[in-house]
Design a protein around this ligand. Structure first.
Ligand code: KIV
Ligand code: ZN
Length: 507
């Protein structure tokens, strides 16, 4: 069976998804999880986009060892230099350079002729190959490009040293049979040695990203560019978990192998969801809460008699085991350390103490601590940026006979401030009070609350999205008390907004 390389771009294309920005520590944590998942290449970011992106790519390149780390760059010398600088400490660095090839992009975006783009491809790939032997070249908007021109561009890229030729369906326009024909055409016409492979990168605008990726793999492409839960620009990219489970469940048709450990799929998607503060939709294939829930009586009867009647894969095969209780009130520091190691965290002794204390505090309120709870505690205790605004104390009153009131004490840039205020409900009262304390009134665009695990004592996970002065930010927090979780999430969103404002000011 042939091997398919899995190129994960959650940290690059995925991060372009609205509201999916991650801080440096969160990116490194997710990269470590992607390494455990068994992807072959992590596209860690676009180093020329900002100093923050550069730093994150460099830290990821240093942190992971078993996986290639790619940096994306335009076909521009300075971008390529920065991409190489950022990935060069990886045990296996890759430069991923791209230029558009469709006439519509050439005419309206690049304002260049086909000949000029051929020349830029030659120069960019040649320069990248002089820095690093592992170069990927992408023909942006390939699926809307003239096929023979695409062959010319890829021939030039191969001559200049590219080892991976990526065919993006940038705008999610192609259809599975058409895309398969294009891949076959390129395989037949591009002059290359056996060490050069074709890759595909599909967007989901028409809901076909996974179908197009699978059709291309069947036609001979040997690298799939995917993201966890399909996050990405606009409607997103091909979802890693769907591509992998199709290849696995229908191995009879594809006869293709990957290195991905499917049992790490759900923990990976769950971690991403916690980091970006966007819950996995319950109906999401493979990883949604309902993906293995049988509602109809006929189905339940069938499954009880024989699982295979309505189950084509097991929840265990994608790492969706029934949440095991992992820790409790009496768990010691050693048990917490062991669980954290199992989850892939490498914490200093000081950080471990911090997490241990927070878990003890949580166990006082909530009897059973699940993996999801541990993950939420680490993200909040360790991976938060130094914040301008912090919650010290909160009390809220609500009920059908009371005027909803919140009393808060906060630390604002090192100064303690307290205030009480009203609202139409307790959350409104809390948000109004926070707004007055920090002197801002952003617009609340989204508010959602989810239970992290089952049970009435489950932690509530709150996500808020706010907007002020044309900047938006998403905040997330969890707590067994949903009013406290809401306050912490709102404050987290404000802190992220402050960071964005600073980044905008510093260019
Ligand atoms: O969608 C796209 O074309 C891309 C390329 C940069 C690979 O993301
Ligand atoms: Zn893309």
């Amino acid at each position: 069976m042939d091997k398919v390389y899995i190129f994960d771009t959650t940290l690059r294309d995925g991060e372009q998804s609205p509201g999916a920005t991650m801080n440096l520590q969160e990116k490194v944590r997710l990269a470590r999880q992607l390494e455990r998942l068994g992807v072959d290449i992590i596209e860690a970011g676009f180093p020329a986009a900002s100093p923050g992106d550069f730093e994150a790519v460099r830290e990821i390149a240093r942190a992971v060892k078993e996986v290639q780390v790619a940096g994306l760059c335009r076909a521009v010398k300075r971008d390529i230099e920065l991409a190489y600088e950022a990935v060069k400490e990886s045990s296996n660095p890759r430069i991923h350079t791209f230029i558009a090839t469709s006439d519509i992009h050439l005419k309206h975006k690049l304002r260049k002729s086909r000949e000029e783009v051929l020349e830029l491809t030659r120069e960019a790939v040649g320069f990248a190959s002089s820095l690093c032997p592992n170069v990927e070249f992408s023909a942006e908007d390939a699926s809307r490009s003239d096929w023979d021109y695409l062959v010319q561009v890829f021939n030039v890229a191969v001559q200049a040293g590219a080892k991976v030729l990526n065919v993006p369906d940038t705008v999610g326009y192609t259809q599975p049979d058409e895309f398969a024909e294009l891949i076959k055409y390129l395989i037949e016409h591009v002059k290359r040695g056996p060490e050069v492979i074709f890759s595909v990168h599909c967007h989901n605008d028409l809901g076909l990203a996974v179908a197009n990726t699978l059709a291309a793999l069947k036609a001979g492409a040997r690298q799939a560019e995917v993201t966890l839960s399909g996050i990405g620009e606009r409607a997103g990219n091909a979802a890693l978990e769907e591509v992998i489970m199709n290849l696995k469940v229908r191995e009879d048709r594809y006869k293709l192998l990957t290195n991905v450990k499917s049992e790490q799929i759900y923990p990976s998607c769950r971690l991403l969801s916690m980091i970006i503060g966007q819950p996995i939709p319950p109906y999401k294939a493979i990883v949604g809460a309902n993906a293995f829930a049988h509602e109809s009586g006929i189905h339940q009867d069938g499954v009880l008699k024989h699982k295979a009647t309505y189950e084509i894969m097991t929840p265990e095969s994608v790492g969706k085991t029934s949440s095991d209780i992992v820790l409790g009130k009496h768990s010691g520091r050693h048990a917490v350390k062991k669980k954290l190691e199992e989850l892939g965290y490498r914490l200093s002794e000081e950080q471990l103490d911090q997490v241990f204390m927070a878990i003890k505090k949580l166990a006082d309120k909530k009897k059973q601590i699940f993996e999801e709870d541990v993950e939420a505690v680490v993200l909040e205790e360790i991976f938060r940026l130094p914040d301008k605004y912090k919650l010290i104390y909160l009390s809220a009153i609500s009920g059908n006979m009371a005027i909803p009131t919140a009393v808060l004490k906060m630390d604002v840039n090192g100064e303690e401030k307290k205030l009480a205020h009203f609202g139409v409900g307790p959350i409104d009262a809390v948000f109004n009070t926070i707004g007055r304390i920090v002197g801002r009134k952003p617009k609340l665009l989204r508010y959602s609350v989810n239970a992290i695990t089952g049970g009435t004592d489950a932690q509530g996970e709150v996500t808020v999205k706010i907007e002020e002065n044309n900047l938006t930010s998403v905040g997330r927090a969890s707590d067994p008390d949903i009013i406290v979780a809401s306050a912490k999430a709102y404050i987290n969103a404000l802190n992220r907004l402050v960071k964005k404002e600073e980044e905008k000011k510093n260019g």
